[in-house]
Design a protein around this ligand. Structure first.
Ligand code: HAX
Length: 438
């Protein structure tokens, strides 16, 4: 299989590089840790290792060194599509090279072989109370697949450490193949006719998802699905979902256990759930003013949100200090296709007004929009209007990045993660000591 061959070829060199760092240069200091960082959610502490993506605060995400416009331009596309193969992005994330069209199609073919979901998973989801949140169903379904884990099986048969990555890759391909089917099943179960979706081997990942969801504009939505999954795939290692996957995987829990944990983190309102909150906020504005409001009305509405003790969803970021290029890519998509849509015009006005309001408030370090400020608007346009489903879409995309990281973490023998904690008294003592004259 193509990904297996490529990783095998790269492994000796990567292992040598990491071994050299760990053995010969272990004492080189990268950064110092402040009391503020310890109290403040470990913000910006440079302590994770990944080559899959990097977020520059002043620029945004790069996947394997490539910016989003570069990725969208370089990756091969299905015939007649405007957006690239998701399989091509997965290849890029795992292998670190832009694939040819055949290589992207080879990944898509792997997914087609592995997309069937066992019936008991659907039955379990059907047995759940109808009002269960889609993210709960999604995470449960992922966990329910765990008994098919190759990694779990091989580990208990006595596998050697240097081949951990092989069943990790198998699990990752099996999992990423099944996620769109599970997501579409949850969508149909909760909001449509309850039909069980089937993967069509003739269609790519994006087109399959459009077909399984049953949206009216198949071609348009297939492109949106490709774009959406690509943009949401990875955002280096420190965000909650990626870090949860990495942390749980470091205990040698398999990809299903680890990814289910990642999805439980993604379900939080400060992380993945922000996309549904953001669309909700836009719709509130739209409802209150009966359409796109004036700049002044929006300004006041934004201040009312802040004065009500709430955050403005879709704005701010823990790392970024500029508008998120994932926001820009989605806004470009919308403006090229449906610039007159009310919510697109509203989102554009919000981009004009909210950064100013956040700057005036003076709290948020980044007053610019993040990925969530627009993603729901695009789904809404294509008729996917049940916005508590949006985090599931995010999860399908996020799987691509976190499993790429997971495979490499096992390939490079990354150890169990175990940071050190301190007590409040220890921090106070450190502060007192720092205040003493030298
Ligand atoms: N609206 C109002 N206040 C905001 C704000 C916003 N959009 N963004 C930041 N702030 C506030 C913070 O709540 C914080 O206030 P306190 O000091 O009272 O606690 C202060 O500004 C400083 O925060 P920060 O350092 O700039 O931001 P953090 O790193 O602490 O948090 C968040 C980053 C993304 C969580 C934050 O900006 C936020 O809550 N934004 C709104 C929710 C959102 O859009 N989340 C999605 C983020 C992208 C993502 O991960 N998607 O999955």
């Amino acid at each position: 299989m193509i990904l297996h061959e490529k990783i095998s070829a790269q492994l000796p060199e990567w292992r040598e590089r990491v071994k050299s760092l760990a053995k010969e240069h272990a004492d080189v200091v990268i950064d110092e840790v402040t009391v503020g960082q310890v109290v403040g959610g470990m913000r910006d502490i440079k302590s994770l290792l990944t080559d899959v993506s990097f977020v520059d605060p002043a620029e945004g995400i790069r996947f394997r060194g490539m910016s989003i416009p570069e990725v969208l331009a370089a990756l091969p596309k299905p015939d007649g599509a405007d957006m690239p193969y998701v399989g091509g992005l997965y290849y890029l994330l795992i292998i670190g090279e832009v694939p040819s069209k055949e290589q992207a199609q080879a990944v898509e073919a792997e997914w087609a072989k592995r997309a069937e979901v066992p019936a008991y998973v659907f039955e379990m989801l059907q047995a759940m109370p109808r009002e269960t949140h889609p993210m709960t169903l999604f995470s449960q379904a992922i966990l329910a697949l765990q008994n098919g884990s190759e990694f779990f099986k091989k580990y208990h048969e006595g596998m050697k450490k240097d081949v951990y990555w092989e069943p990790a890759l198998e699990d990752s391909l099996n999992l990423t193949a099944k996620l769109p089917v599970i997501a579409a099943f949850i969508y149909n179960l909760k909001y449509r006719d309850g039909k069980t979706p089937k993967w069509d081997a003739k269609l790519d990942y994006g087109a399959n998802f459009a077909a399984m969801l049953g949206v009216a504009d198949q071609k348009g939505y297939a492109d949106l699905a490709r774009l959406y999954f690509i943009l949401h795939s990875d955002h280096e290692s420190g965000n909650v979902s990626a870090h949860a996957m990495h942390l749980v995987g470091s205990a040698l829990s398999d990809a299903y256990y680890s990814f289910s944990a990642a999805m439980n983190g993604l379900a939080g309102p400060l992380h993945g759930l922000a996309n549904q909150e953001c669309l909700g906020w836009l719709l509130d504005v739209h409802k209150q003013f009966g359409g796109v409001p004036s700049r002044d009305d929006l300004y006041k509405f934004a201040w009312d949100t802040l004065n009500g003790g709430k955050v403005i969803p879709g704005y701010g970021h823990a790392v970024l200090r500029v508008p998120d290029p994932r926001y820009t890519a989605q806004m470009n998509f919308a403006k090229q296709r449906f610039p007159q849509d009310d919510l697109v015009r509203l989102a554009d006005l919000v981009f004009d007004v909210v950064p100013q309001v956040l700057k005036e408030q003076g709290k948020a370090k980044n007053p610019a929009p993040n990925v969530d400020a627009i993603s729901g608007t695009l789904q809404y346009y294509y008729g996917v209007r049940e916005f508590d489903f949006y985090t599931v879409l995010f999860g399908v995309g996020r799987a691509l990045g976190v499993t790429a990281n997971y495979v490499w973490a096992r390939a490079l023998g990354q150890p169990i993660e175990r940071p050190k904690s301190l007590t409040t008294k220890m921090l106070e003592d450190a502060v007192a000591k720092a205040a003493q004259p030298a």
